[in-house]
Design a protein around this ligand. Structure first.
Ligand code: ATP
Ligand code: MG
Length: 737
């Protein structure tokens, strides 16, 4: 039997081997959609003779892309997998623009404006024009207009006129800085493929995961990628549509069926991920939406342990409880679980602060996903901005941010003056600085002799870096070498010592981490696996870039498109994941915590679609394989009283939860082992551990005794703080700070 069909159920096999050219697999969470999509790629390559470099696979997150690439590699081997175009829509689009952008006038050195860049640009415009709007609100609105390919409505009110000019000025700034924002990457790629269909004439198959979250432009891209052969496979689940706020359109599913009338729709109904009890509670949540058509789903695992719904007196107590439960579950299950088996999934990234601090105090290793924290640190931003100026000198923001770091006696007023002068003259700040430094032009802005010297030093460094990166005889010069060159020329460690003596160790450790990432990139272990060169196509001219330039641009694109905080791979395997629910889409963990399940958090107070919030909770709950913990503090961190989310507060709902905490013991361990398909630690080990822990277990349940009846449970129970007092220190891990 073929390896990629091993263990698949009949519907999954049918999808993998379908002879239809357009296939939709629609199925609930954990039913093996991604597994099926992966197997189909392997099937097309090894059985149907498709060439990997003619296949495009789009996933939603870089993490998903990486995991899928691993799975495909194990199915078809290194050699065949190597040239597959598998990545996020954004990274695949970027690759097309790098290679063929000259056909639509896109410079090969274009940079990507990430969220912090776009906010910085908007802030500047808003300040200059004294507009009355928040940069983040303006950004979402601009993105919505772009994603829906909507024209800005004819301006009527002052507010609309302001938005129209803001939009215009924002676009102009991106253009002069040679930047594309996230939406532009997709839109411009669609423009390119409309104008030059030949660029995708080689594409034999397009496969898309998480299709329910595609927006209008991504849908267009799918049809454009597939324009020569119309061979498309998509997998998705309308119940998991959680990006409506970013213009995702579930109706793309119907639209696709209308456009391709021969679409074969395959439904999967068995859940392989979660225990029966977890699945039942999640289904109860999603079925609260009465307008939603009922769909059959069955669990392939036994009922397992009942999910926990826990009320805690405060957000601090909740954080301590989570940390204590992680350690308790680990200890009680022998060596079955390690830290990387746990995930804490949040409605908003801002909820992570208390949890991170509790984890830090208890020494529990964790990694934060779904934020830009690492790349936003000052010491990292400075180095990255030097790399950006090297690669994309027209990026005015990048130049303005580092021209005087470390200090070169170029004052803020001078930088601001030069920036405004550049904007006025419609030239780049870099060309102004370079011209002045080389004595070829005289800026209007007043520049002191010292500042002029500083500008010369800055320009020299950038010119040297650019020369090294572009020289074809410097094949050995890599991103790694470039980072070292910058560090050395800036005496960066001394600069950090001088400026931040109190936390130099941490900052230098971050720099080392960046050096390591650059090293990975130089040896082709890049974060985003999609970034393979496109195959040559007769009659279409590909842009040539040197290897070094290409790897620098790739490195910077990875940073801009990554929503992950990177840490070294080895250590990642022993860390608890803290993530937003959005970024956890498609993934699974043995144990999942969803804290802060109160009204205002989920559903979020600023969200206007209650159904989408419910689906978000459903997505979060269905990430859990064996243990699911939901919790809610009776007071928010702000101190105001909270109310349990209405998705969870009904009487029917309470039947699905245990409010005292799971009795982690021998039988749970066996259950866990079965669900996780892992070897259960031997009876002897478990028995010994169980004996040594039984006192703690008893303590744990005795303090919770009065809440065992859900009907009696009250909001003012004293929770973890009470527990630590009652057990007289007997259960240290539950102690509240
Ligand atoms: P989501 O909607 O959350 O993205 P999904 O439908 O893509 O979920 P997968 O991630 O592909 O589901 O599969 C969920 C889990 O079930 C994985 O661990 C996968 O290996 C397992 N699985 C899927 N199909 C089978 C099968 N036929 N036999 C055993 N395990 C399976
Ligand atoms: Mg999936």
């Amino acid at each position: 039997m073929d390896e990629f069909l091993d263990g698949l159920n009949p519907q999954q096999k049918c999808a993998v081997t379908s002879a239809s050219s357009v296939v939709q697999v629609l199925a609930p969470p954990g039913s093996g959609k991604t597994k099926t999509l992966t197997a189909r790629v392997a099937y097309l390559i090894s059985k149907q003779g498709y060439k990997p470099w003619n296949i495009i696979v789009c996933t939603f997150t870089i993490k998903a892309a990486r995991e899928m690439k691993e799975r495909i590699r194990s199915l078809v081997g290194d050699k065949l997998e190597a040239k597959l175009h598998l990545g996020t829509f954004h990274s695949v689009a970027r690759r097309y623009l790098v290679t063929y952008g000259h056909y639509i006038g896109i410079d090969k050195n274009f940079g990507i404006a990430d969220s912090s860049d776009t906010i910085a640009i908007l802030k500047r415009i808003i300040k200059r024009r004294a507009y009355q709007t928040e940069p983040s609100v303006a950004r979402s609105r601009i993105s919505r207009c772009k994603a829906q390919s909507e024209d800005v409505k004819p301006a009527k009110t002052t507010e609309q006129q302001e938005f129209e000019s803001l939009f215009e000025e924002y676009e102009e700034t991106l253009a002069t800085s040679n930047l594309l924002d996230y939406d532009d990457l997709l839109l411009r790629c669609a423009d390119l493929l409309r104008q030059r269909p030949a660029c995708v004439s080689n594409v034999e198959a397009v496969l898309i995961d998480e299709f329910q979250d595609t927006n209008h432009v991504q849908y267009d891209l799918m049809t454009l990628f597939a324009q020569s052969k119309s061979h498309i496979t998509i997998v998705g689940d309308p119940d998991q549509s959680i990006y409506g706020f970013r213009s995702a359109e579930v109706k793309n599913l119907k639209r696709m069926q209308i456009r391709y009338p021969d679409t074969q729709v395959i439904l999967l109904e068995e859940n392989y991920r979660s225990s029966g009890a977890i699945l039942a509670s999640a289904i109860e949540v999603i079925e609260q939406d009465e307008a939603r058509p009922k769909k059959p789903v069955s669990a392939t695992h036994g009922p397992g342990v009942c999910p926990v719904l826990r009320k805690l007196p405060s957000a601090q107590a909740e954080a301590s409880w989570i940390v204590a439960e992680i350690e308790r579950a680990r200890t009680c299950t022998g060596d079955l679980l390690n830290h990387s088996d746990f995930a804490i999934l949040l409605r908003s990234a801002s909820l992570s602060r208390l949890i991170e601090s509790a984890m830090g105090k208890a020494g529990v290793p964790y990694r934060m996903v779904g934020g830009h924290k690492f790349f936003d640190r000052h010491e990292i931003k400075v180095i990255l901005n030097y790399l950006r100026v090297t690669s994309q000198p027209d990026n005015n923001d990048a130049v303005a941010q580092v021209i005087n770091v470390p200090s070169r006696k170029i004052g803020e007023v001078t930088v601001k003056g030069l920036l405004e002068e550049a904007e006025e003259k419609k030239c780049s700040l870099w060309s102004l600085v370079l011209g002045a430094a080389q004595g070829k032009l005289k800026p209007k802005t007043k520049i002191s002799t010292q500042a002029m010297k500083g500008m010369e030093t800055f320009a020299n460094l950038i010119l040297t870096a650019q020369k090294k990166m572009s020289a074809s005889d410097q094949e050995d010069f890599s991103v790694f070498d470039l980072v070292w060159l910058v560090l050395k020329r800036l005496s960066f460690e001394d600069y950090l010592k001088r400026s931040y003596p109190e936390d130099i160790e941490t900052r230098w450790a971050n720099v080392r981490e960046l050096i390591m990432l650059a090293g990975d990139c130089s040896t082709q272990r890049t974060d985003d696996p999609s970034d393979e060169a496109l195959p040559p196509i007769e009659g279409v001219e590909q842009r040539q870039v040197s290897d070094a330039e290409d790897s620098l641009a790739k490195f910077l694109a990875n940073v801009a498109l990554s929503t992950e905080v990177r840490n070294d791979e080895e250590n990642q395997s022993h860390k608890v994941t803290i993530s937003t629910i959005h970024a956890a889409k498609g993934l699974e963990w043995p144990v999942v915590f969803i804290p802060a399940t109160y009204e205002g958090s989920i559903p979020h107070s600023r969200a206007d679609d209650d159904d989408e919030e419910r689906r978000l909770l459903y997505v979060g709950m269905t990430r859990a394989q064996a243990l699911l913990y939901l919790s809610c503090p009776s007071r928010e961190s702000s101190g105001s009283e909270s109310k349990l989310s209405h998705f969870l507060s009904s009487r029917t709902m309470s039947r699905y939860f245990d409010i005292k905490g799971p009795s982690i013991g021998f039988s749970v361990t066996q259950d866990l082992a079965r669900i996780l398909r892992r070897t259960c630690p031997t009876d002897a080990i478990i028995q010994t551990r169980k004996n040594s822990l039984s006192r703690h277990d008893d303590d744990y349940f005795s303090y919770d005794g009065e809440e065992t009846n859900p009907e009696n449970s009250t909001w003012d129970q004293t929770g973890a703080r009470h527990a630590s007092r009652q057990t007289n220190g007997g259960f240290k891990r539950r102690k509240v700070e």
